[in-house]
Structure formats: structure tokens, C-alpha cells
Design a binder for this molecule. Sequence first.
Ligand SMILES: Nc1ncnc2c1ncn2[C@@H]1O[C@H](COP(=O)(O)OP(=O)(O)OP(=O)(O)O)[C@@H](O)[C@H]1O
Length: 699
Amino acid sequence: MDVQSAYHEESTRLKETLEEVRQQLAGIGPRYYGNDFVEQLLDAKREESRERLQLLEIEPYFGRLDFHEKGKDGAAPLYIGKRGMEKKETGQPYIIDWRAPVASLFYSFTGGDEPVEYEAPEGIVGGEIHLKRNLSIREQVLQRVVDSYVRGGDNLGLSDEFLLYRLGEKKDNRLRDIVSTIQAEQDQIIRAPRARALIIQGAAGSGKTTVALHRLAFLLYQYQDQVRADRMIIFAPNTMFLDYISGVLPELGVGNVRQTTFTDWALELLGDEVRLAEDDQEGKRWFSLEAARPEEGEWTSGRYKGSMVFKELLAGWLREYEQFYLPELDFEPWEGGHLPYRTLREWFEVEYRPYPLAARRDRLVARLNRWLEMELGKIADPKKRKERSKTGKQRLRTFLKKLPEVTALQLYRRFFGVEASPVAAAEGIPQTIAEQTKAGLKKGVVRQEDLAALCWIHRQIHAAEGRMLDHIVVDEAQDISPLQVELYKSFMNEPSFTILGDLAQGIHAYRGIHRWEELSELFKPEQTSYHELKQSYRSTLEIIEFANTILPYTDTGLPAAQPVFRSGEPVEVVRCAGTDERDQRVRSYIEEQVAGGMRTVAVICRTDEECRSVHGMLEREGVEVSLILEGQQAYKGGVSVVPVYMAKGLEFDAVLLPDVDEGRYTASPADAKLLYVGCTRALHRLTLLHIGEASPLLG
Ligand SMILES: Nc1ncnc2c1ncn2[C@@H]1O[C@H](COP(=O)(O)OP(=O)(O)OP(=O)(O)O)[C@@H](O)[C@H]1O
């Protein structure tokens, strides 16, 4: 079929579809606002349908697959959309949800005339593909029809055309869904079984974040009876990144999934008791040029406090503390009254043993109160009872002081020896780490690196409290610690994780993992699987090849990222005679890129100070530009100046690195990772400037 007839055919089908959607929408009826519970439930269902149809009304589908199922007559066209619908009159599928089993063929099929199959709930279904067609519909208008496979046709390289068209688009300030162009290797991850910890090492721009979000949408569809959106969490590195990805799930019709940072989540779990030190800023501490760089093999406090070694120490100390928690004392409410230690021990050590420490203490206190009331009840003389009640209650208050309330922070303080305790402070913590932590605790504050341990203690002493979770996504997982994952595990009956990251972008190696085994070892072998995504979709061929030359300096041994064949302008590296020329080049770069239609442009500097200086210069020249620093809540798009450690996870149409000199990017793996992150943020254009000698990482 020629292009024109295909376009005509699809226009007709689109018209029909839109008419069907409109009719179904019109048939839904008005909303119900009354108090009847059954009506309310029905209304919620109608509302769901309305939302689904409204989504379909804008872009009903993006693909068509003509599939000839074995044993059936001829090939039937399947239209695949972000949501599914049936034809009202016949009840037959009219648009197939992209997550449905049969839709997997659309993604896994990469050409060839061989038979294909997919896994349906009823078993394996086989057949042949006759046509794979990509359809681009915007605001109800058919814009493009691209056949990536026609049975019997020559099918030369067409499969990439639609993907390239999508990758060539300019980006705004939000990550988008990719349902129409999910690639086979990505689809495998999206559709992987739920009950395991999936660990994914993916090259920069390989779609990790995007794939994780699509996987959530898939799990909600596939395991409707087992998972709920409000029992899923996405952990991402910072609030601005969360803002950047916040559009994807709603586009996929998924609401109610909590998207948060570990710090926010941990502080909420721990309550008001825990306060972070105000100077706990990573930019200053680790990314200034003066920042201390840990030696290879040396424990940094973040690595240590996130390690399983530290967890074991905590666990051992906590066991001992629990053992000595109950003081060896009888309780005497008044002269002659007596509750022996033996009985108290029986309650605490035997009866309440199965409960976590906080609950054991609560129960003991409640029992003591009850015991006192009962003893008082036995006294017949009202005057005497009143007198004893007063003394008894006073003595009980004094006694309870020896059973201090247990909170995570209090225990942590005792563990570090900041507060007296029946069990001595733990030994074996590297001295500087112990001293630094104690100094903070004495001032009443902790650092972010303490949060995982505090939350872990909290779980140990409260256990069953809090909701269990169905699935957790950990993005940028190279930056998290084993203890964090151990903690997340305690919120699940069986592990169900999507853990994604890139060790080559491990710029927080002072607190993050250095090998994926550090996380996979936390699961039983049959509970975990490891995948690699090597293909990179974000950047042009030139940018990926350029970034690949930096990769070996990161010392991660990771393979080069593979580009899709999308060619653009060469990467420019320009030596400037001095700051005047550099500033002039930064300004003209921004001007040119904006004039050339780039919607997001970033000047990515090595440090906060450098960013402030470039931003100040641009503002003085009247350039409209946002300065992004640590703690930024939202990403607005347009032109930004951002330190490289904050740019991780984001992407921009055009990127300029203005300070790639030998002093700012040395030949160390830490700097190589920073430069790799900086370069891989660019989709279409990348330019690097330096004054004096260029960084040795540029070969
Ligand atoms: N199959 C695809 N079709 C179209 N675009 C895609 C596809 N896969 C990824 N992309 C695009 O590639 C870009 C990178 O995706 P994403 O940010 O999810 O990658 P990442 O692996 O998390 O990157 P990084 O580790 O560098 O932050 C995004 O613009 C995304 O839309």
C-alpha cells in the first residue's frame, strides 16, 4: 500500500474511532454527588471511564499491528493506545491497552517473516505479523503514518525511522512517556515479573528513569489484584528531579504513586525528633574544588554508615541493649507493697518477647498501671486507699524513669555514647566517623548519612507499624547505600523492586555503592535479576561517541554506550584566551541555540561558585536565565545555569560546559564521572570551553 492510501485508510479509522469515543463519553451520564455508597462506587467507576476516554479522545492510539493468529482466518488489525477500549455495540476490543499481553508483540517484534508468539493468561499464542505501523496523532489530527514492517515488503531500516523522528524532537522541562517507541530490550524490563528485585545498569540516556515509570504503569495493569498505586513508591535523588519526572505517570493514566526523596521520606518516618544539620550540603562538602577526596579503599562516613558492617554493629548493640533494658529492680508502690523483678521480667522477657522493643515497653508500662490500680482496689479503707494512690503513682513515675521511652534517635545517641545507657557505646566505629557523629548528636542534629541507620533502628523497635509496600522504584541507585535497600526490604513481604542506575555516573561514590553486587547480595539469588541497557537514546551519535572517550577514566570498566544512528553537529571543544572571550562565547552560544529553536539550554559548571559567577555575568547582560542550586524545588526549562552534580538525571537540548580545564576536571575517576554526567545531558548540541590547559580527560 502506498503512503497516501495508508494515510487515507488511517484517517478514516481515526474519524470512526473519535466518533465512537465521543458517543461513549456522551453515554456516561452526569456525576453523582449524593451519599449512597453503592452510587458513589458506581460514580467512581464512571469517572475512571470518563478519564480514560478523555485521554483516548486526544490521542486514541499510536500503533497498529496486523496479527494473524494461528488457527484464525486472516490477519486482524490491532490498534494500540495508552489506554484500551471496547466497541460498545459488539463488546469487541477496539483499542488495545499497550500493557495488554498481545501488545507486547508490537514492542518485541523487530522484523522478519518468522512466526511470533506472546504469553497470554490462557497460554502461549502464536501467529504471524503482517504489518507494524506507527501512527502519530496530535490533538485528534493524524500527522504521520510510518510502516516499519510490511510482510513481503523490503523493510529496509524503516524500524528506526519513527524512533529517530521522536528522538529528534526538542524537549521542554518535563520527561515524557515513550509508549509509542519502547524498544525491545526496554520492554523486557517493563514487563518483567513483579516479585523480584530487578537491578538495571544502564548507560546514560538509555531510558532508565522512563522505563521504571512505564514499569509501574505495567505492574498496576498486570497485577491489578495484588498491587495498588498508593502502595508504591518512587525514590529519586532530589525534589527538582521529581518535578522533572512528575508528568510521565499522569500521561500514562497512573495517579497516586508517591514520588519522593529518601531524605523527605525518612524525616517523615522519624517524626519531629530528628533534625538535619543546616550545613549538611553536598555541593559544598563534596563538589567544591577544595573538597576532600577520599582515598581509594578508605571509609567515608557516608559509605560506612550505609554499610552492612555498620548495620551488623547496630544490630548487635541493639540486641544487647534490649537484653539489659529492664533494670533489675522490684517495684514498691508503698511501704509493704511489692511487685518483684521476677514478675516484671516474666512479663517483659517472656510474654512480650514477640513484640518489638517500643511495643514491649508500652505494654509493660500499661501493665504496671493496671497492676497498681488493682492493688489499690484491694484496699477497703478509702482514706488509706487515697493516701497509697498518691504515693504509688509518684513512685511509679520515678520507676518509669528507669524504663526510658525508646526512640530511634535516643538509641542512636546511646549507641554512639552521647547519652548514658546500661550498655556501653558500640566499639569498632572508625574514630573520626565516631567523633564527627557524636559532635553532631551533642548539638542535637544529624546528617543525611545518618538517616538510613535511624530509620533502620526505627523499624527494629516499631516493626509492624506503617504500611507495607507493593513495589519500590529506586532511581539513580548507584548513589544509595546497602542499608537503605535493607531498610526498604523491611516494608515488603517479598521483594519487589526496580533498582536502576549507572555506576559511571556514580558522582556520590562517597556514600553510594561501587559495585551492583553490594545491592544484589542483599537478596536471595532467585529473588534478583541483573540487566544491562547499553543503547543510549538521548544524545546524537557525535555526543555519545565523545562521552564514550571519557568513560574509561571513570574506572568502572563499563562498556561504551551504543548510539542509535542519529547524527547531529560535531561536539566542539574551544580554548578561550581568557574570561572575556569565555563570557562572550557563553552568551553567543545561548543566543544561537535559542534562535536555532532549542527549547532547553544549560550551562553546566563544575562548582556552585562557578555557576554563581556565570549566572551573574549573564544576568548583567540581560539574558533570561535560571540558576539551579542544591535545594531547588522545580525545573522551569528555558536557559539554566546548573552545577554538574545537580544536572544528573536531567537533559537539555543544548549543553555548554564553560570550564573544562585541567584544574577543574582532573584525571581522577571522580572528576571523570562528573564530566561524563555533564556531557551526557545533551540531546542535540554539546560544546566545551576551557581557559588554559584543557582537562586531561579530553584525551
Ligand atoms: N524507546 C525510546 N523512545 C523514545 N525516546 C526514548 C526511548 N528511550 C529513552 N528515550 C528518551 O531518552 C532520554 C533519556 O531517557 P531517561 O532520562 O529515562 O534515561 P536515563 O537512562 O535515566 O538517563 P540518565 O542516566 O542519563 O539520567 C529521554 O528523553 C527519553 O524520552
